[in-house]
Design a protein around this ligand. Structure first.
Ligand SMILES: Nc1ncnc2c1ncn2[C@@H]1O[C@H](COP(=O)(O)OP(=O)(O)OP(=O)(O)O)[C@@H](O)[C@H]1O
Ligand SMILES: [Mg+2]
Length: 205
């Protein structure tokens, strides 16, 4: 097997490389943090990401398969896809709602729900005729287990803020998301009500 490694992307906390057809995500040092604290944070986020990426997958949510883990590095499946940030539509937002409804039903809070952390899988032309690509969730480093309405509300609040700041017609995207979310999550109404309350808190404090 060849042993080539090419730079793929750089996130806020990690360098992403393509190595032998797999993704390597290495959390890099933050110089502004005390070294011991920085090491601990990077180690904890790496472990949380591995644990919860796999837990979400067990709920039937598409996430990359994890192949290996080291202190600050994860080797995982490369998802050939496009970030939803570039292609979001009301129809896709409805599907995101269904997906996050299932995630929350399973007691998982993502912690960084942005349209950059959702990839629409590209399909080869032969498959394309039969079905649409799956939406993959990635970047579970800030994820945790919870069943609290407030945690779910904050999760969705972050997503809606991304909609508002980066997408025209955010209102339609939010409506479609909410319809999908209600379809797959029994507590959806209570959570969406909480999201409005969180918005008001933000505006008046
Ligand atoms: N398994 C994967 N398959 C394909 N692309 C990926 C994969 N993992 C990460 N990427 C790409 O690399 C980018 C950065 O990855 P990721 O979001 O995990 O890093 P991060 O540093 O935690 O990001 P953030 O800036 O959100 O903190 C993603 O937005 C995506 O485009
Ligand atoms: Mg990210």
């Amino acid at each position: 097997m060849s042993n080539d490694s090419t730079f793929y992307d750089r996130g806020a906390e990690a360098i992403i490389s393509l190595k032998n057809g797999m993704i390597e995500k290495e959390r890099i040092r933050k110089r502004y943090r005390i070294e011991q604290i920085d090491d601990r944070i990077r180690r904890e986020r790496t472990r949380a990401e591995v644990r919860i990426t796999a837990a979400a997958r067990q709920l039937g949510i598409p996430t990359p398969i994890i192949y290996d883990i080291d202190d600050f590095t994860i080797i995982m499946q490369f998802i050939d896809g496009v970030p939803l940030r570039e292609i979001i539509t009301p129809q896709l937002s409805y599907r995101v709602g269904e997906l996050i409804g299932r995630l929350h039903s399973g007691g998982i809070v993502h912690g960084d729900l942005t349209t950059s952390n959702m990839l629409l899988q590209s399909l080869s032309s032969s498959k394309q005729k039969q079905k649409v690509g799956k939406i993959y969730l990635i970047d579970f480093g800030l994820s945790y287990f919870s069943n609290e309405i407030e945690s779910f509300g904050v999760d969705i609040h972050v997503l809606f803020q991304t909609y508002i700041s980066t997408h025209a017609d955010a209102f339609t995207l939010i409506e479609h998301f909410s319809t999908g979310y209600k379809r797959t999550f029994n507590d959806a109404k209570a959570v969406l009500k909480r999201v409005s309350e969180i918005e008001k808190r933000g505006r008046y404090t």
